[in-house]
Design a protein around this ligand. Structure first.
Ligand SMILES: [Zn+2]
Length: 406
């Protein structure tokens, strides 16, 4: 299986290198805008050859970008127009004839643009090995700036994986964000496929607020990942946001934006750690089972009212995505199942009763078989069960209310 993602590698340039980054990205941006204008005037009837013939030498004569980077600007602009073209196509123009009431729909293309696309942010694109590469056993990035090539330190927390996985790295983008320099690198790697018949572990994963995550595995082990610390952090952000919103000043808005970015980074880190911990612990040949978030109503989670407004469902989506990605990287798999009855069904005898669960005492008690346990683990146990059903051949395992024989 092939995996692709864009990795945001933090760079640590010296003060002088940072100035060089600034100069090269500003220049690259300027040239992209020139090329964009040219393409627009040519009504997009261009290709790399025409660019080479008509514009390339002119740019080379007046710009300090090297020849490869000037060629890259054409590809950068081309890629941006391609994206815009798709966006236009996906958003056709609708209008209603006032007389007849009839609706009309036109597909839009680049001809609808009134002015050339503007590159509003300094940036520079780098082709792997030609304009950037990893040197010194992957501990430094060597990269072109105006007039020379420099070696820069970077955060190699994730990059070591690439070399062991023989990853293919695509065209990278150098950008500055919140005062820091990043190289966005598209990474593609070939990973081992997970296979049903060699599976060794089944892990049910339930996500909530009080317990941010509860897991249950084939050894009958339950593990809780407590959400208390996270809830506190969430409240802090919510409080700050409220205060800033109330202030409403320009500087408050700026702070608000920065706060949002910090919060996103924080959730990103938490989810990264949670998913990495799980995948590293169980390793390859593991089937992780999670609920389909589309049909989670959060009904049972609503019991915890104080935390409900804290719930950002996208942070759950983000966790699921990271888990899927990391699992695939390791040769494990994630099964998504319906959430129906997962918190009501008795994991021992299979009876489904709403009143088996006591929210106040956080206790689950089955009146049929007498099974009693902490209610936080019920869903994880049932998800585990669905994983087992899946492995024994049931392609879409789920719980349903059947005729109960009283
Ligand atoms: Zn029971």
């Amino acid at each position: 299986m092939q995996l692709t993602l864009t990795s945001k590698v933090r760079l640590y340039p010296t003060a002088e290198q940072a100035r060089q980054f600034e100069r090269v990205t500003v220049e690259y941006q300027r040239v992209c805008n020139l090329v964009s204008q040219w393409e627009f005037e040519k009504q997009f009837k261009v290709n790399q050859k025409i660019f080479q013939k008509e514009l390339y030498h002119q740019i080379r004569a007046e710009s300090s970008l090297n020849s490869l980077m000037v060629q890259s600007t054409y590809r950068t602009v081309e890629a941006r127009y391609k994206t815009v073209k798709q966006q236009l196509f996906q958003h056709p123009y609708h209008f209603q004839d006032k007389n007849t009431g009839k609706w009309y729909r036109f597909n839009r293309d680049l001809g609808w643009l009134r002015k050339p696309i503007k590159f509003g942010r300094p940036q520079a694109d780098y082709v792997r090995n030609l304009n950037y590469s990893f040197v010194k056993q992957g501990t430094l990035i060597s990269i072109n700036v105006l007039g020379q090539r420099i070696k820069v330190q970077f955060n190699d927390q994730y990059t070591q994986d690439w070399f062991t996985h023989d990853a293919k790295l695509g065209t990278a983008k150098l950008v500055q964000s919140s005062g820091h320099w990043f190289l966005h690198i598209p990474v593609t790697m070939e990973v081992a496929d997970w296979e049903k018949n060699t599976n060794r572990h089944i892990v049910g994963i339930d996500r909530g607020l009080r317990q941010i995550m509860t897991i249950y595995d084939e050894h009958g082990r339950t593990k809780f990942f407590n959400g208390k610390h996270l809830a506190y952090q969430r409240h802090k952000y919510a409080y700050l946001r409220q205060k800033l919103q109330a202030a409403g000043t320009k500087s408050a808005k700026r702070h608000l934006k920065r706060l949002g970015q910090r919060e996103n980074r924080w959730i990103n880190d938490v989810n990264h750690c949670l998913s990495k911990t799980l995948v590293d612990y169980y390793g390859p040949n593991t089937l992780f089972v999670i609920e389909n978030l589309q049909d989670v109503t959060f009904e049972r989670k609503r019991a915890d009212k104080s935390a409900t407004h804290d719930l950002h469902s996208w942070s759950f989506f983000d966790l699921a995505n990271k888990l899927i990605y990391k699992a695939h990287e390791q040769g494990a798999e994630v099964l998504t199942v319906s959430a129906a009855y997962t918190s009501q069904r008795c994991p021992r005898c299979g009876q489904i009763r709403k009143d088996s669960r006591n929210h106040e005492l956080h206790q689950y008690h089955c009146p049929y078989c007498g099974f009693t346990t902490n209610d936080d683990r019920i869903a994880a146990m049932n998800l585990y069960d669905l994983g087992k059903q899946y492995l024994s051949g049931n392609e879409q395992p789920k719980f349903e209310l059947t005729n109960v024989n009283d």
